[in-house]
Design a protein around this ligand. Sequence first.
Ligand SMILES: O=C(O)CCC(=O)C(=O)O
Ligand SMILES: [Fe+2]
Length: 309
Amino acid sequence: MSRTMTMVSIGTGEGGDAKVAASDAARTEVEHHPPFQDPHHPLPSTMNPHGPSAPTIGFVDDNGRPHRASIATDRASSTSISLDNASIQPTKSSGDSSIPPKVKAATHTPPPGLTVIPEILTVEEEEALIREVDARPWSGKGAGLNPELRRRTQQYGYIFSYRLRQVTEDLGELPEIFKPLLERVAHLFPSDEPPDSVIVNEYEVGQGIMPHVDSLKFGPVVISVSLLSPCALHVCRVRKKGEEAESADDHTLALHRRSAVVLSGESRYGYTHGISKDEIDWVDEERLVRSRRISLTIRRIQGYGWTVE
Ligand SMILES: O=C(O)CCC(=O)C(=O)O
Ligand SMILES: [Fe+2]
């Protein structure tokens, strides 16, 4: 089997742009942050760098191919990743995009703690949000904050630096435009920890986000709202090194425009989530054709990695 060059994103990957080039022959050093241990939401041992054995993660490479990476957490300051390409299976078997590709078995039921809420926004609300965000300045692609990002983003509530992998600025109250949506999802957060951060991500056709677990600097609930385009979300259980893959570990879920995906509990901490760069996704027999997609990532920062004095 030929050895592919692969981009890996891990750990804080809320951007998925903090990539590390790796070949499967190499062990690659990536930045590691000690996890915040929330007593109410303890990390599973597979995510705990102090735990007994190393986890593996599943991720999709630039060609949309699924891979496994095993993570050795044998140093305090960094996490080593070695790629195990033995389990590579192409997601596409033919050039005809109207025919579902042969894919590695993935279930289409959500993992524990993950909920998809359809139509969380009306068509008019979606339109208004797009108009509003498009009238505001974008960062990324060489501009603004986080210029290193390949996709464009906007940040509200707090600035999270993808390079430093930490919150660098408190921007104050969230803009009015998000308020109706935030009120609608507030009950999904702990009552004393309402969401205080929104990141707007723009994906052009051909862009995705590497499989990652959101930074532990965010709280126990992560919500992503899809605007304009559907896509498939790949959710993979983080496995201990050597642990056998089980068919129930990999989940591929359809995210339709105006829907929200809620990651909490196990799916928040014990699973990676990512979006391939494919232009067409298949979820079961459903064909999802991508166009420009905007997502709103809604989270809580205060009290986790960042406390306002
Ligand atoms: O675009 C999405 O739905 C996912 C975004 C995401 O995973 C993140 O911002 O951490
Ligand atoms: Fe994420």
